[in-house]
Design a protein around this ligand. Sequence first.
Ligand SMILES: NC(=O)c1ccc[n+]([C@@H]2O[C@H](COP(=O)([O-])OP(=O)(O)OC[C@H]3O[C@@H](n4cnc5c(N)ncnc54)[C@H](O)[C@@H]3O)[C@@H](O)[C@H]2O)c1
Ligand SMILES: [Zn+2]
Length: 367
Amino acid sequence: MHTVKVNLNKRSYKVIIGFNTINLLGQFLNKLNIGFDAYVITDYAIKNKYGKILDKILRQSGFTVKFKNIPDRENSKSLEMSFSILKDIAHYDFRRRIFIIAFGGGVVGDLAGFVASVYKRGIPYIQIPTTLLAQVDSSIGGKTGVDLPEGKNLVGSFYQPRIVLIDIKLLYSLNQRQIRSGLAEVIKYGIIKDKGLFSYLETKNRDILALDEKFLENIIKRSTQIKASLVSIDERDNKGFRTILNFGHTVGHAIEAAGNYRIYNHGEAIALGMLIASDISRRLRLINHATFERIEKLIRIFGLPVKIESISLSDIINAHYRDKKFIGKINRFVLIADIGKTKIVDNIPLDIIKESVKNRLSNITPT
Ligand SMILES: NC(=O)c1ccc[n+]([C@@H]2O[C@H](COP(=O)([O-])OP(=O)(O)OC[C@H]3O[C@@H](n4cnc5c(N)ncnc54)[C@H](O)[C@@H]3O)[C@@H](O)[C@H]2O)c1
Ligand SMILES: [Zn+2]
């Protein structure tokens, strides 16, 4: 078992990484002393697979338990869903001391964290992430939120969990596509911060894709360390350090949104976004062609998309204007100067962005 710490003074917390760590949940909760009544937010698919186990562990440790199950899709991250959960919590919260458990992927984590942050101006919550993407990324750092029809994550808060309990065993029921989606974020950590991790992914790709325990544990450990260190120095994403986590996300989010969150999942869209950001870096002569090709090869090896299908250039360009890094009309891109080294660049000419996106469109995609 490994522990990674997120250092935020009074809001500091541990990220616990290991196999079967869920069995230790009672012990951790007792130590945290955050309440006696667990309100578990999860989705139907996870509830069916792991609901009974979690329920048993909590009850055996002396907690009362109530589950709230949501549909397993991005549009569960809504104000309407938050409203329905908040009302349900208010009913449950009578002569109890409740805390929230986010038990699921990024959708559940973002929504549960948001609800925890606004109910009675904030009640304690913990994260038990069940997808690779949530384990390496979304469960750590306290960015919570829901979407509006106008855009993703437009309503939200910074609200840190009291612990993040990563149980790698839970990942074995994910399908390959969901695993790959998480691997896209792991590749991102290599590109922005850790050349060693990048080479590890290059050489150990087979073991990782075979979900070999040791290799899986290594990449999760390293990814969480990188995320935790950036969050620790820039909790509210206003000092410039945390921004680099957005590598690939400016155009990635646009691709995800332009495909209505159905054509590409988050990791797949981010893989395409990273290729476009790398290509822009190459066009601006920040990296050479060989570095670009290494990145493209790694993304391909991990079975992530390298071409955009069924989404038009204009839809992507229109959606990219919604990026939160835009300041008025000026865009801001996280680019790279090498593998492991980022460079933030403002005001990239639209022509360059368009050319890069166009280059990624498959032949059958309308422009
Ligand atoms: N807050 C942040 O910092 C942050 C960072 C990255 C992404 N996100 C958000 O995360 C969301 C995407 O998260 P995600 O990729 O985890 O998707 P998700 O939460 O939709 O989960 C994907 C699918 O996997 C299923 N699933 C989850 N765990 C499972 C398991 N152990 N076994 C079998 N199936 C399982 C779910 O039921 C769902 O169908 C997006 O909304 C994105 O905006 C947030
Ligand atoms: Zn992401």
